[in-house]
Design a protein around this ligand. Structure first.
Ligand SMILES: *[C@@H]1O[C@H](CO)[C@@H](O)[C@H](O)[C@H]1NC(C)=O
Ligand SMILES: *[C@@H]1O[C@H](CO)[C@@H](O)[C@H](O)[C@H]1NC(C)=O
Ligand SMILES: *[C@@H]1O[C@H](CO)[C@@H](O)[C@H](O)[C@H]1NC(C)=O
Ligand SMILES: *[C@@H]1O[C@H](CO)[C@@H](O)[C@H](O)[C@H]1NC(C)=O
Ligand SMILES: *[C@@H]1O[C@H](CO)[C@@H](O)[C@H](O)[C@H]1NC(C)=O
Ligand SMILES: *[C@@H]1O[C@H](CO)[C@@H](O)[C@H](O)[C@H]1NC(C)=O
Length: 322
């Protein structure tokens, strides 16, 4: 009895300890500084248990201290579902271990009204811990206006007309899929030479085309400048046309409203995962901003390995990873 009870407890404890060590390892990939440790304060039990909600995720630690008015401010909304707890946990590691220079990137998980009792507790806890969730006033849907609700809510949610912050609050806002891997450094580099007004950036559909004006940008991840989010809020065009594949509908609003005069086709730095090959896929290669359709762990692992994401792991007596 005793030993089986011990075994039971140990089998819970060991994975937990390794998990905490794993988080520590990832956190330490970032340049270690005191404020880093506070911000990423995920390395001690006390902080994991703490109820301090003032941590703000994904404002890269390096950016805070060296932030300057030249920084590009970007809001990334990952549209996902309340019940995708594991996915959010995974993506927090993926984005929490990247620190692009010269940009302030805020990443939010975006969903509609909660519907279940357990979500009211679990999601609230997540918000207390990570503060990286936006719950919009809508009923969960993919192609019936969630994207509209997201973009059109932003001017009000980040209203700085009282002088509470710089204008625009973000130069760019992006919609990102939760099965897309975005490399923040390359992404920021690709944005630096681009206009900050009337911009529509992404992977142009159809896959065979390189003309950014031909149709629309793929839902894997597209970005617009802040003025376009404001236009979406104010214009009647999107309101009258909410249903349909969200990326296609988005492109049609801009076409009808003659918006997005500045366009950037990020193909082939954005692409679908190489396997199975189609006209939309590309081999993994160094010049990558985003890889899409990472539908299983094997695909994620191959991608993360290819981009050497764990190369910065600090050596320590506490672990050994072959
Ligand atoms: C949570 O934090 C508040 C202050 O922010 C404090 O008053 C409260 O006691 C804390 N609760 C727990 C369980 O630590
Ligand atoms: C919460 O954490 C911040 C730093 O992340 C710290 O400045 C603040 O004092 C903490 N608040 C509480 C109530 O512990
Ligand atoms: C931030 O600024 C400090 C001092 O100005 C400098 O040493 C450091 O390299 C800068 N970090 C980045 C990421 O630019
Ligand atoms: C979402 O929730 C809010 C607050 O609970 C409620 O006022 C609103 O009507 C809900 N919206 C939808 C579309 O269900
Ligand atoms: C922003 O706030 C100002 C003043 O409070 C208000 O007049 C304006 O309508 C708000 N803008 C949006 C988009 O909510
Ligand atoms: C990953 O690291 C290997 C070995 O250091 C190097 O040859 C390769 O170019 C790196 N890959 C990328 C995408 O940086």
């Amino acid at each position: 009895m005793k030993s089986s009870r011990f075994y039971g407890r140990r089998s819970f404890l060991l994975p937990s300890i390794f998990f905490i060590l794993f988080l520590c390892a990832l956190a330490s990939i970032n340049e270690i500084r005191f404020d880093n440790l506070l911000r990423f304060g995920r390395c001690s039990l006390s902080s994991i248990l703490s109820n301090n909600t003032s941590h703000q995720s994904y404002t890269s630690p390096t950016q805070d201290q060296n932030s300057s008015s030249d920084d590009i401010r970007i809001l990334i909304g990952i549209l996902t579902l309340p019940d995708q707890y594991q996915r959010r946990h995974f993506l927090r590691m993926i984005y929490g271990t990247q620190s692009p220079v010269g940009a302030k990137i805020d990443l939010k998980f975006v969903f509609c009204n909660l519907t279940k009792e357990d979500q009211k507790v679990l999601v609230a806890l997540e918000i207390m811990r990570y503060d990286d969730i936006m719950i919009l006033d809508c009923k969960e849907n993919m192609n019936k206006g969630k994207t509209y609700t997201f973009f059109s809510s932003l001017p009000e949610l980040f209203n700085v007309s009282d002088g509470s912050g710089p204008y625009p609050p973000y130069h760019y806002v992006m919609k990102l899929d939760d099965d897309t891997y975005l490399r923040l450094g390359s992404f920021v580099d690709s944005l630096r030479p681009l206009p900050r007004e009337d911009l529509y950036y992404g992977y142009v559909i159809p896959c065979s085309s390189m003309d950014p004006f031909v149709r629309y940008m793929s839902g894997m991840g597209y970005l617009v400048s802040w003025d376009i989010a404001e236009w979406i809020r104010e214009s009647d065009i999107p309101k009258q046309h909410l249903e349909g594949p969200e990326d296609k509908v988005f492109g049609e609003w801009l076409k009808e409203g003659r918006r997005g005069k500045n366009r950037h086709n990020a193909k082939w730095s954005m692409y679908n995962y190489p396997d199975p090959p189609t006209r939309c896929t590309h081999e993994l290669w160094p010049d990558t901003v985003a890889v899409h359709l990472l539908k299983n762990q094997e695909k994620w692992i191959r991608t993360l390995k290819y981009f050497n994401v764990t190369n910065g792991l600090k050596p320590s007596k506490l672990y050994h990873i072959p």
